[in-house]
Unconditional design. Structure first.
Length: 522
């Protein structure tokens, strides 16, 4: 089996000093007395619901306290029961975890469901971190009950479980045997991927078949109804844009005000997603290096091309002789690339990348491992989320299998357009060993009949390139495109008041931004 380009986790990773999206609040443990603006729970919306689904749509939410919230702000949590399989609701149940601020508006417009992406990132954690560090503008918090949720399989929502911490270390940080690209190297990668997939099957079971975006979108409609909203207002980032677009396609008459930030193109194949992302990260690395070279503390010298050559030499050196860390792990070329990818999500993180490069060049793996650990949700040897497991579960079910011939064509393009990064963003495809065949289809989404849906893209976004936002806005019958001109992943609350005004003006006031609006950084 040939190695394939790995799709990049596209969670809306924020500044390392800011949002910590990968730790969390657990399910409610005790009754909670609501704060300012709290009212009696709205009755669930059950009009037109089929009889076999009434036990789910007729639930009454019981809000309670959250265990170990990520914020000093008061929050409350609830648990929702959903069908394991929406096409056969009698086949079993799963649980979904949701959370909202306890200090709620006096007269909220309704709920605003938020999702940070991934697939595999926790919306509950995102909400709590945002309340602590900032992430939602005051107009949103003053207008809505902002509700974070963990999609099925993620964090507290009947999570996908695969390897223990030691096994995850081997899977994510292990240095493959043999020279990169050799048969021995391929075999080492394949064995690792197979071990991971088999552990997911053993420790999660039949749930894996139903970890799909379509099933998660149907869960969102259940949440809408239980929150007492006739229409769903939604803010989704990165993969969360695909989740939101899928909801709009399934339930166009239930769409309220939707903002999709850092858009994925639902029509592109898995191979194209990987190829486009690798090229975008190569371009983002070049942008970082130009900024680095213009400063005084850059470990590289000369032109951007010369610095890229030095990066390539460093990666090759780490392949030959990985750097040993005090905890027994090694920093090889693949983990160094994970560190690079983590930092390129936001310009605010670029100084950390400078430290990582400088450390690796001097024989110190610690700064690079810090970045890789942040990306992988690892803290002091413990994995604080199941984001890697859920990421693979969704992608293996959502993306149809592609041919070796297509991969060979992609590889030819990558060798020309991403000569430094591509070799370090490839490996055995876990999905080749997944216990269930993919059920998703990659096709355009129109959501005919939905009200305006605002789609935002950042021109220098390496994880969800701007062309995908253009494509999604064009596909949607009511799509409205807004651009942020700059670097980094996602746009809202990242330093452009123009973007913030457009998002809040639509969600709060219903003012649709001008199609094609181009926003600058402040």
């Amino acid at each position: 089996m040939n190695s394939r380009i790995r799709r990049v986790a596209t969670a809306a990773v924020a500044s390392l000093a800011g949002l910590a999206l990968l730790a969390g609040c657990a399910n409610p443990l005790a009754p909670f007395v609501g704060g300012a603006g709290a009212d009696e729970q709205k009755a669930p919306i059950t009009d037109g619901v089929p009889e076999e689904l009434l036990p789910y749509y007729g639930q009454i939410l019981e809000w309670g306290s959250c265990d170990e919230p990520l914020t000093s702000e008061p929050v409350e949590c609830a648990t929702v029961t959903a069908p394991l399989d929406w096409s056969a609701p009698q086949s079993g149940d799963i649980e979904l975890s949701i959370s909202r601020p306890a200090d709620r508006p006096d007269d909220p417009r309704g709920s605003l469901l938020v999702n940070p992406g991934g697939p595999g990132a926790s919306g509950v954690d995102m909400l709590h971190s945002s309340l602590e560090y900032g992430g939602f503008g005051e107009p949103l918090l003053d207008t809505f009950d902002v509700v974070g949720f963990d999609p099925r399989g993620v964090a507290r929502s009947t999570p996908v479980t695969c390897l223990d911490a030691q096994g995850m270390d081997a899977y994510l940080y292990g240095v493959p045997e043999g020279e990169r690209g050799s048969s021995e190297w391929e075999k080492s990668q394949e064995d690792s991927a197979q071990t991971f997939a088999e552990a997911c099957e053993s420790n999660t079971g039949e749930e894996l078949e139903f970890i799909t975006t379509e099933q998660a979108a149907r869960d969102m409609d259940l949440l809408r109804a239980l929150l007492g909203d006739t229409a769903l207002d939604y803010l989704g980032y990165s993969y969360g844009t695909y989740l939101g677009a899928t909801y709009a396609e399934l339930f166009p008459d239930k769409v309220g005000r939707f903002v999709l930030d850092g858009a994925l193109d639902p029509s592109v194949s898995g191979g194209e997603v990987g190829r486009v992302q690798v090229i975008a990260f190569e371009q983002s690395l070049r942008a970082y290096l130009q900024t680095c070279l213009d400063g005084s503390s850059c470990p590289f010298r000369g032109s951007v091309d010369q610095a890229m050559d030095e990066v390539a030499s460093l990666l090759a050196a780490l392949d030959r002789r990985p750097l040993a860390a005090p905890d027994g792990r090694e920093l090889g070329g693949d983990t160094m690339m994970t560190a690079v990818v983590a930092a390129l999500y936001s310009e605010e993180n670029w100084p950390y990348l400078t430290e990582a490069f400088a450390g690796a060049l001097e024989g110190d793996p610690t700064p690079a491992l810090f970045l890789a650990d942040f990306y992988n949700g690892r803290e002091q040897g413990v994995y604080t989320s199941n984001s890697t497991e859920a990421f693979n579960a969704y992608n293996c079910m959502d993306y149809p299998t592609e041919s070796d011939a297509q991969w060979e064509r992609d590889k030819e393009i990558l060798q020309k357009e991403a000569p430094v990064t591509w070799k370090y963003m490839m490996g055995a495809d876990v999905c080749e060993f997944w216990p269930y065949p993919p059920s998703g289809e990659r096709e355009a989404i129109a959501a005919d009949g939905a009200p305006p849906i605002v789609v935002i893209g950042t021109t220098g976004d390496p994880a969800t390139p701007f062309a995908w936002a253009e494509s999604l806005a064009d596909q949607l019958s009511s799509g409205v495109l807004v651009a942020k001109e700059g670097e980094g992943h996602t746009a809202y609350q990242t330093g452009s008041s123009c973007i913030d005004d457009a998002v809040e003006g639509y969600l709060v006031e219903g003012t649709v931004p001008e199609d094609g609006l181009a926003c600058q950084m402040d």
